[in-house]
Design a protein around this ligand. Structure first.
Ligand code: ADP
Ligand code: MG
Ligand code: ZN
Length: 478
């Protein structure tokens, strides 16, 4: 019957760095400005304009390289990659070919079969291109150079991955490292992290790799998984039909769940790379590397351990909280204000996670202020509101970042612990439910829960539950 095939995958990941200004000029890198307002003679390739390297770009690239176990080329250079395209006004992209800043690293991923190292071939620095806008006006295309010259690093992996699961694990790990370093926010949807997937298949046990294709235009983990599955099947079918896989670049259409040939694969020599004569080589001293290393923030593994020792959180909590740098930041800032780490963790792990899921959002998109979560924790702690009400208040904090105390006052949600008032309510409920009273007296414990529930409902959830419980117990025995 059918032959067994192995899938071989290597990734080229582009990440936009979080610098304030562009890689070779002082223009802002801010996303979303009016078209061509973040542009100058340098980043629009005007004759005579000269690039000056942004030091912070080198520091971020170094930081990522060191965190991914790379060796550093302490003498590295920029090269010109020559091609014409209207979003590339210089007619070349400044990149690194011969001496990239970092090389030969690895990161470790968790797979179904245990831990596995994925090799990193190299990391190089380069500039981003502008953006073409095709659909806005009829019969013409527009170009926006705001993105032109935004700094990128490209992280090229070895062809070490064997499944979509490994690819996603690799990307998640890489994204976490970079986010923790503060080198980029790594948002796939917004394009600050972009992955090109190189994929080939070979018969199980074969020594040589098969011919690969490269897929572009993948802007979510789901799209990446689907593209890998689609391309794997397409290549196997071709081979089974006795045809060859053609080395080419393909565009994945996630709506149609199919890929299309975009262009035949180009080689380095097609671009006539040569060293950029406008830029000095970059010399990275041992001291510079040591400084970047010393400034390296706490990465996930260390944070995981600290959450368990310092905050006494279960490993499960620590894993969820540290799986997003943003979530971990919110957690730490909240705990700094109100203490009670387990309580804060519970709000984030259960209610925040549930709401994120309902809204189809990522933890990165959590928008409320830690101050407001801290206030909510204190309101519960001081018994100003009960837990049922608190969950509703949390939802308002989550969606609108409300001030919990103000919200509770405006909506009249404070806990009712006026004994006289609650006594009256319970009395009424007992009168209306003689059967439950009889059941309770006949030994059915459950009947009490029902009465308490009715009383809480009559109080619109705002009663002090401990007091209601005590009153029901007392009055049932009368
Ligand atoms: P090029 O310079 O032509 O772009 P590279 O050798 O730099 O090619 O590889 C680009 C990416 O493709 C790397 O991530 C690498 O791991 C991956 N790759 C190389 N060969 C294969 C293959 N046969 N199957 C899958 N991926 C591959
Ligand atoms: Mg390449
Ligand atoms: Zn500029």
């Amino acid at each position: 019957m059918g032959k067994q095939y192995e899938t071989v995958i290597g990734l080229e990941v582009h990440v936009e760095l979080a610098t304030k200004t562009k890689i070779f000029c002082g223009c802002s890198t801010e996303f979303g400005g009016a078209p061509n307002t973040h542009a100058c003679p340098v980043c629009t390739g005007m004759p005579g304009a000269l690039p000056v390297l942004n030091r912070q770009v080198v520091e971020y690239a170094l930081a990522v390289g060191l965190a991914t176990n790379c060796a550093v080329n302490q003498y590295c250079k920029f090269d010109r990659k020559n091609y014409f395209y209207p979003d590339n006004p210089q007619n070349y992209q400044i990149s690194q070919l011969y001496l990239p800043i970092c090389h030969d690293g690895w990161i470790e991923i968790e797979t179904a079969a245990g831990k596995k190292k994925v090799g990193i071939h190299e990391i190089h620095m380069e500039e981003d291109a502008g953006k073409l806008i095709h659909d806005e006006w009829e019969d013409c295309s527009l170009v926006d150079y705001n993105r032109s010259g935004v700094p990128l690093i490209e992280i090229v992996s070895e062809p070490d991955m064997r499944s979509a699961g490994e690819v996603i694990a690799y990307l998640e790990k890489l994204r976490l490292i970079i986010q923790y370093l503060g080198a980029s926010d790594c948002r796939l949807q917004e394009g600050s992290m972009r992955a090109d997937v190189n994929l080939s298949v070979r018969e199980a046990g074969a020594k040589e790799f098969g011919t690969r294709t490269e897929m572009k235009n993948l802007n979510s983990f789901k799209a990446i998984s689907r593209a890998i599955e689609g391309e794997r099947i397409r290549q196997i079918e071709r081979i089974e039909e006795g045809r060859k896989v053609i080395q080419e670049t393909r565009r994945w259409d996630d709506n149609k769940e199919a890929s299309y040939a975009m262009r035949s694969k180009e080689d380095a020599q097609d671009y006539r790379y040569f060293p950029d004569p406008d830029l000095m080589p970059v010399v990275i001293s041992d001291e510079w590397i040591a400084r970047v290393k010393a400034r390296q923030p706490e990465l996930r593994t260390e944070k995981l351990a600290r959450y368990q020792s310092e905050y006494r959180l279960p490993q499960y909590d620590a894993e969820i909280l540290t799986a997003s740098k943003h979530l971990a930041d919110i957690f730490e800032e909240t705990v700094a204000l109100c203490g009670r780490p387990k309580e804060v963790s519970n709000w984030l792990m259960t209610d925040a996670m549930r709401l994120l899921k309902e809204h189809g959002q990522e933890p990165e998109e959590l928008g409320f202020a830690p101050q407001n979560l801290a206030k909510l924790v204190e309101l519960v702690e001081q018994n100003v509101i009960n837990r049922t009400v608190a969950r509703g208040v949390f939802e308002a904090v989550f969606t609108e970042n409300v001030d919990p105390l103000q919200y509770v006052e405006e909506k009249g949600l404070k806990v009712v612990s006026d004994e006289g008032q609650l006594r009256q309510v319970v009395e009424g409920i007992l009168r209306e439910n003689p059967q439950s009273v009889a059941d309770y007296k006949a030994g059915k414990q459950k009947a009490m829960g029902f009465i308490v529930g009715q009383a809480m409902r009559a109080m619109k959830g705002k009663a002090d539950p401990a007091l209601v419980n005590a009153l029901v117990k007392e009055m049932l025995l009368l």
